[in-house]
Design a protein around this ligand. Structure first.
Ligand code: DGJ
Length: 367
């Protein structure tokens, strides 16, 4: 298969990736699109991310960049703007994180999902938000935010788990009893009526057009994977709990051969930790744990970064790029991007550090 990627355009600044370095857009400013998501259409890649100021609150919104070669990115403005209306859920000063855009072929619309925290509530709201647009560049129109799957039990919950009457206040956090209770569904039951918490998230569209929303839920202790409706604007009643009590954040999903792979981080705020990886033959599990995909020096902190997306390069077989944020909580707009090739070895994803690399050399055998 011939790649549609334009390699190393001569008149442009970059022809390789330098993970962790300042990365200027075509106007010469460091790219401001953290917690990013990617979308490809007609030879162009789009990069959506959190526009950060020195702090992490949303004062601008979701920024979008475009590129034909993945090295050189043009700033295309704000795809979803925060609102000046203090009553809006996405008012200036709210928290908008990890935006992910997908295209819906049934409606010919672009759908943007993100993590939303309401203004002045810290991270208590734990909602997911959705916006819609007519073009990959937006502008996207905000629709709503909510805690998903209210009133619906996960598919992998037993009758016993549904009926068990446990009181949250009974348990002291981080005790053995608490951890057993949460694995058993303490928070799933607590949030049954109001909807499940949704913080770090991503969206994955399968080859059959089905889209899945993957969220860090249950006080960030358990991942949930939910099937979206055919228009990608809502949740169906199909959802599962994954790795109960596993403390996974920052999920990123890709497909290779017969398997779906997921890379996540552990739970340490803005600080890096060791990544995790999983695989499954179905998006709805069961997911098999494969350990830390990062190898070598710096692997225990994922090379000082946290996953946000895995991009499979168009037209190449198994050319997957691990995309991660190196957060800088002292000055968020200076956060860096760590992009590294993923190799599948013995059915497991493997990520090694490389100071500088390019798609052609790294994925030479994938053409
Ligand atoms: C870790 C998450 O992965 C980030 O997206 C962000 O929500 C921070 N926590 C906030 O502390």
């Amino acid at each position: 298969m011939v790649s549609t990627l334009v390699f190393a355009q001569e008149n442009l600044e970059y022809n390789s990736f330098s993970p962790g370095s300042i990365w200027n857009d075509t106007d010469g400013s460091h790219i401001n699109a953290h917690g990013g998501g990617f979308y490809y259409e007609d030879g162009t890649y789009y990069w959506y991310g959190e526009h950060k100021d020195s702090h992490s609150l949303a004062n601008v919104g979701v920024r979008v960049y475009k590129s034909k070669d993945l090295y050189n990115w043009e700033n295309c403005g704000v795809a979803l703007a925060v609102s000046n209306d203090p009553n809006s859920e996405i008012t200036k000063g709210s928290v908008i994180e990890r935006p992910k855009v997908v295209y819906n072929r049934n409606t010919d619309k672009y759908i943007l999902w993100f993590h939303l925290e309401l203004k002045d509530q810290g991270y208590a709201a734990a909602r997911t938000g959705v916006a819609i647009g007519d073009s990959p560049l937006g502008p996207f129109t905000y629709i709503k935010s909510f805690r998903p799957n209210a009133g619906v039990w996960p598919q992998n919950f037993s009758e016993e788990q549904k009926n068990f009457n446990s009181e949250e206040s009974k348990y002291e956090w981080w005790t053995q009893e608490w951890s057993e209770a949460l694995e058993d569904g303490l928070y799933t039951r607590r949030d049954f009526e109001g909807g499940q918490m949704s913080r770090d998230m991503t969206v994955f569209v399968d080859d059959d057009g089905k889209a899945y929303h993957i969220r860090s839920s249950e006080e960030n202790q358990t991942l949930h994977i939910a099937l979206l409706t055919d228009d990608y604007l809502d949740f169906t009643d199909t959802w599962v709990r994954v790795q109960p009590g596993g403390q996974n954040e920052a999920p990123a999903v890709f497909k290779s051969g017969d398997y779906y792979y997921m890379i996540t981080s552990g739970l340490t705020g803005w600080d890096p930790n060791a990544a995790r990886s999983f695989r499954s033959k179905s998006m709805l599990g069961p997911w098999e744990s494969l350990g830390n995909p990062a190898k070598g020096k710096g692997a225990n902190l994922t090379f000082n970064s946290q996953s946000t997306y895995v991009l499979s390069v168009q037209g190449l077989k198994d050319a997957h790029i691990f995309m991660a944020d190196r957060w800088n909580p002292k000055n968020h707009q200076d956060g860096r991007y760590v992009w590294l090739p993923i190799k599948i070895s013995d059915g497991k994803p493997v990520i090694n550090w490389i100071n500088q690399w390019n798609i052609k050399d790294e994925f030479l055998n994938n053409f």
